[in-house]
Design a protein. Structure first.
Length: 199
């Protein structure tokens, strides 16, 4: 059974060719790179027209495709608007589970990646279960000392958690630079795809 079966699963150009071995760079085991426009078009064709108010956000890496769509806001009446938005997301998750699983199965077969899902309603955003993928890395003493400091200070419970915390921190504070880097990588991939085919 696929991992996304229990994941109720602007296009993030997180795809790229795997290098080396190990998680995230598994050589022959890594799924092939994907064309951004091809994946976006495929999902646009497969998703029901009445699910979302516009195009979905797609984030793709070597392991997973995350699909996040925007839902129409409910009228809360005298009720709490935030609770109404959460309820709308919960209803979408329950009512579309079977259809989303079928789409996820087809996408996994086509792209070699699990599919996770999420929804946005107003200012409420919820991601359903997504993959947690172990990533092996070798760190020299100065880097290990950084992680140990975070553990000793109680910021993290382990080196693994400290590393995940550091990655999230970089993502938050270097978002603009990372976006530029992904855009540049996407441009390179598009130019490569238009090049002559060998073999």
């Amino acid at each position: 059974m696929h991992a996304h079966r229990f994941a109720d699963a602007p296009f993030g150009p997180g795809f790229r060719r795997g290098r080396g071995r190990g998680a995230g760079g598994r050589g022959a085991e890594a799924p092939p790179p994907v064309e951004r426009t091809e994946v976006a078009g495929w999902f646009a064709g497969r998703l029901s027209d009445d699910w979302f108010t516009g195009p979905v956000e797609l984030t793709v890496d070597r392991d997973e495709i995350t699909v996040v769509g925007t839902l129409p806001e409910p009228s809360a009446g005298d009720g709490d608007p935030a609770a109404a938005r959460s309820g709308r997301i919960a209803r979408f998750r329950e009512e579309t589970r079977g259809q989303r699983m079928a789409v996820a199965d087809a996408a996994q077969e086509r792209y070699g990646r699990s599919v996770a899902w999420g929804a946005v309603c107003g200012d409420t955003r919820e991601l359903f279960t997504t993959l947690s993928v172990p990533v092996m890395t070798r760190l020299r003493q100065p880097e290990r000392l950084v992680l140990d400091t975070l553990v000793d200070a109680g910021v993290a419970r382990s080196r693994s958690e400290a590393l995940a915390w550091a990655v999230r921190l970089v993502g938050q504070h270097a978002d603009e630079w990372l976006t530029e880097l992904r855009d540049a990588m996407a441009s390179v991939e598009e130019v490569r795809a238009r090049g002559p085919q060998v073999g």
